[in-house]
Design a protein around this ligand. Structure first.
Ligand code: MN
Length: 205
């Protein structure tokens, strides 16, 4: 098999009560695993068959292969957005950028929550960095991935029903409100690329 399910960076119960052990077991062990398995099947008869870099497939494939490869990529990214010791507030460059581009951390959270609760059907709500270094909230439908739109992903919330249905049933808003409780802000900050272009103070200290 070309691609294998990347290890979960914590135990399956480590994000409780935000995500129950059962949710993580199904979401990671069944859904995420199936996207990897499907990607492996679908590349067999294509020019991607020897490709070892999932990102290349996400950037250059289409149709069913793109959907499965992007979902595999998106889920690995999603798990790495959290830490059992996460939560609290961003600091440093990311905190500055959020304040500059959204007004305040609270305004950012409100806008992100509105995007997450109003996205119709399945998809993802991303915090991304543009080429000019500005942050924006970027919703994508189904499997779509911001790399295809030239955006640098910083953070993501999976709003497919499978992400919250076992714990919250139809109450997506509750899931979105608790999303912040386990965010690994240091990992999010480390994903920023263009803070120099942005002229933030932290680049020059
Ligand atoms: Mn998912």
């Amino acid at each position: 098999m070309t691609f294998t399910l990347p290890p979960l960076p914590y135990a399956t119960d480590a994000l409780e009560p935000f995500l129950s052990k059962k949710t993580v077991e199904y979401h990671y062990g069944k859904h995420h695993a199936a996207y990897i398995e499907n990607t492996n099947k679908l590349i067999r008869d294509t020019h991607f068959k020897d490709c070892k870099n999932l990102e290349d497939i996400v950037l250059h494939s289409d149709g069913n292969l793109y959907n499965n490869a992007a979902q595999a990529w998106n889920h690995d990214f999603y798990w790495h957005c959290f830490s059992p010791k996460g939560g609290g507030m961003p600091n440093g460059v990311l905190a500055e950028k959020i304040e500059k581009d959204f007004g305040s951390f609270d305004e950012f959270k409100t806008k992100f929550a509105i995007a997450a609760t109003s996205l119709f059907g399945s998809g993802w709500i991303w915090l991304v960095e543009n080429n000019d270094g500005r942050l924006e909230i970027f919703p994508t439908a189904n499997a779509d991935n911001p790399l295809r739109f030239g955006r640098n992903p910083i953070l993501v919330c999976d709003v497919w029903e499978h992400a919250y249905y076992l714990d919250k049933q139809n109450r997506r808003t509750e899931y979105v409100n608790e999303f912040w409780d386990k965010i690994d802000w240091d990992a999010a900050t480390a994903r920023l690329k263009n803070c120099k272009a942005y002229n933030c103070k932290s680049c020059f200290v």
